[in-house]
Design a protein around this ligand. Structure first.
Ligand code: ATP
Ligand code: SF4
Ligand code: MG
Length: 336
């Protein structure tokens, strides 16, 4: 049932930590992350490769990879803490409550099943429905995601479809349960610029039609600025800045955010390329720096940066950042 309390956020992630088991050690991959998202709004999660965006998303969905686990924190959705729920209860909520478009569309679609069957399966997972009716709804969903010649496409296999069409099918499957929250993990990375714009437009239209909240994970700051209401910036597993998109873009306070905004990604830049504007590379899980994890790359590092981790203000404050010497409006750091 939809939440009726207008003051309660649709999604509230509180102090979420995720550990990954690597070579016999439990390493913290997502560290004490908190944010909220309201009904019908879009939160962008940005950050370089390996910053913990996908693991955060998968933890919310209860779909973490086998060697990872939630080590602490809570995930509240429509006023219910999802963490203690059984697999069965989570399955019931997935699709109808929360749905996810995964980073790799090829892996997410079954290559041995026709597109129509895959959508029918997603529809049947959420309601008791006859096959003919489910197929009719599948066709309506393919129409909704603007797939041309939708009737014919129902009988295609995924490899018959272009990248853009596969992505539309993924969206159709994710929408089959009419979710109130959609998590889209890099939904357009593999697509050309025109198709990317079409898919993002489509997501926006569907969001309005369904009054759906979206968590949009992206490397592309242009996409983040255009498509989101709020931005969460992650670095090395931590949330380092979060706030209204306009405020974060116009006046970023954390030097890493500034570096992300200054990086110009041209059409030939691979999606996981390093940030020229920041320099260096993010740390691996096995070699997390002490203090502020960004200090080895930060031009403003001073004083306690290497020893003590700056804390983000509690969730609820509109624009939050984790930095001992935050930047002012002109990009200068406060003096230590
Ligand atoms: N199953 C796993 N086992 C071990 N380590 C993992 C696993 N999944 C992710 N990691 C590590 O956890 C960290 C966060 O990974 P995550 O996939 O969340 O990053 P990301 O921000 O989504 O990156 P990308 O932009 O490349 O998709 C990385 O250091 C990654 O190597
Ligand atoms: S805390 Fe220090 S090292 Fe970290 S971003 Fe701020 S100034 Fe740079
Ligand atoms: Mg990822």
């Amino acid at each position: 049932m939809a939440d009726t309390d207008p003051l309660r956020p649709l999604l509230a992630v509180r102090n979420l930590s995720v550990e990954a088991r690597l070579a016999g050690r439990d390493l913290v991959a997502v560290d004490d992350v908190s944010f909220t998202l309201s009904q019908g709004r879009t939160l962008g999660i940005v950050g370089e490769s390996g910053s913990g965006k996908s693991l955060t998303a998968r933890a919310i969905m209860g779909l973490l990879p086998a060697n990872t686990r939630i080590a602490g924190g809570e995930v509240w959705f429509e006023g219910v803490d999802l963490r203690p729920l059984s697999d069965r209860e989570m399955r019931r909520r997935r699709g109808a409550g929360l749905a996810m478009i995964f980073q790799d569309p090829l892996r997410a679609l079954d290559p041995t099943m026709r597109v129509g069957e895959q959508i029918v399966e997603a529809i049947a997972a959420h309601r008791r429905i006859g096959r003919t009716e489910a197929r009719r709804k599948a066709l309506a969903l393919l129409d909704a995601v603007r797939i041309p010649a939708a009737r014919k496409r129902l009988d295609d296999y995924p490899h018959h479809l272009s990248g853009g069409m596969r992505q539309r099918v993924m969206i159709a499957i994710a929408l089959a349960g009419r979710p109130r929250l959609l998590i889209a993990d890099e939904p357009t990375t593999a697509l050309d610029v025109t198709t990317q714009a079409e898919i993002l437009d489509l997501l926006r239209q569907l969001q309005q039609e369904l009054d759906m909240a979206i968590v949009l994970i992206t490397h592309d700051m242009g996409v983040a600025s255009e498509c989101t209401d709020r931005i969460a910036v992650m670095y090395a597993g931590r949330l380092v800045e979060e706030g209204p998109t306009g405020a974060v873009f116009v006046r970023p306070h954390m030097p890493y955010t500034r570096g992300l905004l200054d990086s110009v990604v041209d059409i030939d830049t691979p999606p996981h390329a390093l940030l020229h504007a920041v320099g260096g590379r993010p740390p691996a899980l096995t070699e997390m720096p002490s203090g502020c994890r960004f200090h080895p790359r930060c031009a403003h590092a001073a004083g306690q940066c290497a020893d003590r981790a700056p804390r983000l203000a509690p969730d609820g404050q509109d624009h939050r950042w984790a930095c001992w010497f935050p930047l002012d409006g002109e990009g200068r750091a406060e003096s230590p």
